[in-house]
Write a protein that binds this ligand. Sequence first.
Ligand code: CU
Length: 113
Amino acid sequence: MIERYGTILLFLIVVLLSANGCARQENGESRPARYHPLKGQVVALEPASSLITIAHEKIPDFMEAMTMPFSVKDSALFRGVEVGDSVRGVVAVRKPEIWLDSLTVIWKMPPSK
Ligand SMILES: [Cu+2]
């Protein structure tokens, strides 16, 4: 009798774990992201927090012009970027997540002497 309950319990645990796995997949990677082009100026770089703050122009159908931090998934985006640089980039949105997907420097602040 006890052995039988053990088997049922194990079965329930397996079912619950696999159901959880499915739900996680549906909420995450499988849904496509939307991409918005961005133009702006770098205000702050925080590689330790994976954040780049950009004063960005209006993004049509998405956001008004504002200064805001963007999270960065690929640390390579920090390479060659400095505060003051004018940039173009692409913002990816997969609700509730927003991140900076690419970044290109289009103008560099001349070194001050
Ligand atoms: Cu914004």
